[in-house]
Design a protein around this ligand. Sequence first.
Ligand code: ADP
Ligand code: MG
Length: 220
Amino acid sequence: MGRMSLAQSHNPAENTGAALELLDVLCTLLLGAEDELNGLDRAIGDGDHGGNLARASRSLSELRPELAELSMGEAVTRAGRAVVMSVGGASGPLYGTLLMEMGKALPDEPGPGDWAAAFAAGVDGVARRGRSAEGDKTMLDVLAPASRALSEEASADLHEALAAMRAAAEDGFETSRGLRAKRGRAAYVGERSVGHDDPGARSALLCVGAVADFLGENKG
Ligand code: ADP
Ligand code: MG
């Protein structure tokens, strides 16, 4: 099994092994971004977004041995539950829901189309749980266009699909900056949120970019 293989193996738990390498990458990334994300959240929220995701990352790292025994769908669902349980802020239940809904949608041997469909299900779950939509200046401003781009390109070349997903995430992030927050704590600062980067949109962009890098580099 090559490093990229978030896909093909006949042992359900073996598939999960490659995904755990991606989990490590994401946890390390988010721990390193703690100060940046806290800073963004201080400007239009309460300054804890980086700390919240750092706590989630530490809890996922602790869960790693348990995740390694599960099928892909079970592991992603279990990871989502851990994120919900470890984070008090809004982003915990929302990122947790993203993962739990993705996990529910994943077959044991997911291919690119399955990942795209699972990502779409996860994004729907975030919108339902947050009663929010793209354009509200939240993580959804990045996740929704990224998911759409991946779904549109999932049957094409993997590199192209990942590049399209990343470009859509970056566009969504840039567009979001000029919007006024309608959900979450940033909604309380109203007009003053315009021109600021949303912390959740930033963390979502970091994660989407890291996923694109990981899968792109480990292709084949
Ligand atoms: P809290 O707002 O409870 O302090 P965090 O600071 O960890 O939680 O997360 C804030 C981020 O969560 C925001 O920047 C935004 O992207 C996201 N968020 C908050 N509320 C919602 C919502 N209703 N729908 C979607 N995303 C939301
Ligand atoms: Mg906060």
